[in-house]
Write a protein that binds this ligand. Structure first.
Ligand SMILES: [Zn+2]
Length: 187
């Protein structure tokens, strides 16, 4: 099994890490996270990261509903001698509207949290932000929909901090997640 140094020398963090939109999160044992932030070309960056990890990711191309162009989450799982090591990398495309970028960050963060088994943290953040929805019950077995809720939650919280509206999503297929989130507001 690769040592923690293998991951730290590749820029991964473990222990208490900042996951965009979800604050400081205590990662379970043997979990590593890296936020690559803004990248020019998602596809090229994915290839670069895979080379760096001497492997191919278990999770590429499932962002097609949004087009891989907006963001991605890569998972590198290593199983040896009965233990599992999980390493996650998130990234978003540099050139996009702020609203879309924040939405993408929150979305990819949810994939990372689910991968680490931290579903509870997503629900906790929703409660703290004033929403009673449990997206895992609302969309059973549908991680993409849960990720969309995480995206809109992140936009909501940033708008509150900035005290300004970041704009409107015109795509009704995406906007229905915002409506679902708004409906679960605890007044
Ligand atoms: Zn996704």
């Amino acid at each position: 099994m690769e040592t923690p140094k293998y991951y730290s020398s590749r820029g991964f963090k473990t222990g208490k890490v900042t996951i965009p939109g979800f604050d400081l999160v205590e990662l379970p044992k043997n979990c590593f996270f890296r936020n690559d932030g803004d990248v020019k070309d998602i596809r090229k960056h994915v290839i670069k990261v895979c080379r760096q990890m001497n492997t191919s990711p278990g999770y590429i191309g499932s962002e097609n509903h949004l087009s891989l162009a907006y963001g991605n989450h890569l998972e590198f799982t290593e199983i040896s001698a009965g233990s599992t090591v999980k390493a996650s990398v998130i990234m978003v495309k540099e050139e996009q509207y702020l609203l879309s970028k924040i939405l993408s960050f929150g979305h990819e963060s949810v994939h990372a949290l689910i991968y680490f088994g931290l579903e509870e943290h997503i629900i906790k953040k929703l409660r703290e932000s004033g929403f009673q929805m449990d997206p895992f019950k609302k969309y059973p077995g549908d991680e993409e929909s849960v990720a969309m809720i995480g995206g809109f939650l992140t936009v909501y919280n940033l708008e509150k901090i900035l005290n300004k509206n970041l704009g409107t999503i015109l795509n009704p297929e995406l906007n229905r997640y915002k409506l679902d989130l708004d409906k679960s507001r605890i007044l």
